[in-house]
Design a binder for this molecule. Structure first.
Ligand code: PSU
Ligand code: MN
Length: 308
């Protein structure tokens, strides 16, 4: 595959060459998901968490029309304050390239770029899914999960979505939904939902064994690892439901569609909960970075054993 439009940082290239653990990170959460300066702090904290666990973080974004795998701290700071960034999913890469634009990659966009360079583990907050507000708003994230063999660690799908429909879609597309130390599907801000995962696994090694079994069968889909928000930051479902319903009604009143919908809902929910939802969002993102780093370490140890 041609990598003419991509640029990999030297430390990530070195880690790739020697099978060291690497965790990909998305950047839509920086450009569209969180306000400044929390977005920059979060991006730095996620990278630090991954390094602390002994893995290399690979934040992926578009800078001036180039797909960048690994940003300097200065570039991260610039991206976190840039005003007219694109939200880059599969359909938007060529737009960013020809317009020499900068942007944050979504879950789908990040999976695309990470897979091209051979990164197998990725941490995010919540995946996109089937929206409630319009019948055909289904995130490209679901398609990417269906045909990109990576381990994606998230806290479930964002609670603003139609979660039963999102899970049905993942099942149709053959994506295993792993509950990390849980039997129920985490609902982003909340841990007390009643939807079920397809399999529960309790350690990073079990997840690596599961992914190897899945892919050794010839499956091309991702393994979606759902990791519940830390208990201390979790918000009961009963508290979130009316807030989400209000934000959703406002989105429909204001005719917010397409790419703008997720950022609108996240912002409104944060306002309506006096930032409590944002703190849950930050905590789950860091928790996912940690678990993803542990999984990538287990994976790289296994690979080295096989190469001996
Ligand atoms: N979860 C968050 N904040 C975000 C997103 C998810 O807490 O900003 C982003 C992810 O990058 C995800 C995208 O891929 O929203 C989904 O957008 P859409 O529904 O338009 O596909
Ligand atoms: Mn959408």
């Amino acid at each position: 595959m041609s990598l003419t439009h991509s640029q990999i940082s030297t430390d990530i290239q070195r880690a790739l060459n020697s099978n060291q653990p690497i965790v990909a990170l998305e950047s839509t959460v920086i450009t569209h998901g969180l306000p400044h300066p929390q977005n920059l702090q979060l991006a730095r904290d996620m990278e630090a968490t991954i390094r602390h666990e002994g893995a290399t973080p690979a934040t992926i974004a578009l800078l001036d029309g180039k797909i960048r795998i690994g940003l300097t701290d200065e570039e991260l700071a610039q991206l976190s304050q840039a005003s007219s960034t694109l939200k880059v999913s599969h359909r938007d890469f060529a737009t960013a390239i020809v317009k020499k634009a900068s942007g944050g990659t979504t879950v789908a966009g990040t999976m695309f770029a990470a897979n091209q360079v051979g990164i197998k583990v990725f941490a995010t907050g919540g995946i996109g899914g089937v929206h409630k507000e319009s019948s055909f708003d289904i995130s490209t994230d679901l398609k990417a999960l269906s045909d990109t063999p990576m381990i994606v660690v998230c806290a479930g799908a964002k609670a603003i979505l139609d979660l039963p429909a999102t899970l049905e879609y993942l099942e149709t597309m053959g994506v295993p939904v792993v509950g990390y130390q849980t039997d129920s599907f985490p609902e982003f801000y909340s841990r007390d939902g009643n939807l079920k995962v397809s399999v529960r696994l309790d350690s990073p090694q079990e997840i690596v064994d599961f992914a190897n079994a899945h892919w050794s069968l010839g499956m091309r889909s991702a393994v979606l690892v759902t990791n519940p928000v830390p208990e201390t930051e979790a918000i009961p479902k009963s508290e979130m439901e009316p807030v989400i319903a209000k934000a959703s009604a406002e989105a429909m009143q204001n005719q917010i569609h397409g790419q703008a919908l997720t950022p609108f809902l996240l912002k409104r929910i944060s306002e309506l909960t006096a930032e409590k939802s944002m703190h849950a969002n930050l905590a789950l993102l860091l928790n996912n970075a940690k678990v993803a780093a542990q999984i990538s370490k287990a994976m790289s140890i296994n690979q080295k054993r096989r190469n001996i």
